[in-house]
Design a protein around this ligand. Sequence first.
Ligand code: NAG
Length: 358
Amino acid sequence: MFSKYIVPALAASNLLGVVSAANHRHLHKRNYIATEVEIVTDIVTVTVTEGDLPTPAPAPSAQPAVAEAQSYKGEATKAAPSPEPVISMPTQAAVQAPAPVVSKVSSAVASDYPVAPSSGKGGKRGLAYNDPKLVSNICSNSNKFSWAYNWGSQSDGLDAAVTFIPTLWGPQPVHSQGWAENAKKAIAAGADTLMSFNECDNGGQCNMDAGSAAAAHKSFMQPFVGKAKILAPSITSSQDKGAGIDWLNAFKQACGADCPMDGCNAHWYGPGGEAGAEEFLTHLRNVNTACGKNNVWVTEFAATSGDTDKFVSHALNQLDTNATYNFVEKYSYFYLATGSLMQSTNALSTFGNIYATQ
Ligand SMILES: *[C@@H]1O[C@H](CO)[C@@H](O)[C@H](O)[C@H]1NC(C)=O
């Protein structure tokens, strides 16, 4: 449920030009754990500045701010009808000339997406989502996806033919109270893996030292040993001391030999292009080494600069076909929403199209 607030928070921060693309996620993460009152403030800010939407800039990379604002509008005015024409393939022109914000309120329909060749079920690729309808829509025209998650322990009405993987975002009661019941439900519905805390090595996320996280992880995950595979808390790709892989090493040590842990969960943000994708893949090999288990999930990754199409295409090709990356069990790009895999509420972005078809 908390992840629901990501999109408005992102929209506000981008629209106001408060942060650069590189900082953008950091701010969203901070908003993500902020009080609901603060988040509501962000929503109001976006609404008020609607008339101030910047003129579409020539570079596609300048578009997410506008696109995310549109996505937010869609969320805020869900009930409004929309005779929006279908955009079947993302084009440069579409990226540069978004329709007026007020018309972007429809839910995507199945025919908005290109049809993928039939392969990929049971594969590694998944969808990180806030809106389960978007998962249904993309999955009705692409069978590239096998699983989905939303940073929470409940699927929020996901009805696509993909496996929902629950996350215990953090040990606080607001996340953990329903955990045991929700995890059991997800396992009964086909989940074979449970995800633990979200980025304890990030002050804006679960934010816990390795020792405390290990103790809490044990108490919530022990009951599921033998019933599902259990991942260590996700880690950022930070190279700082005490963060990223360094945090994972400390967690493993604190958790000990009887740690309920069958694999690791990595996040990565960095440069685009093929070179950026190779940096990403190198990081995953390092996580695999630190993890000591031949089972790594990558549940957030994205290029934050450079050529995203080339990044996505190269990363997918390697993860799916290169035996070096057999240790990567599942991955999900960040994320299925306007401004990322989608360019509007009813059309995929160019790299979203690659993600749905390659
Ligand atoms: C597979 O990955 C390894 C490690 O990055 C790389 O050296 C090798 O060239 C890749 N193989 C192919 C066919 O891309």
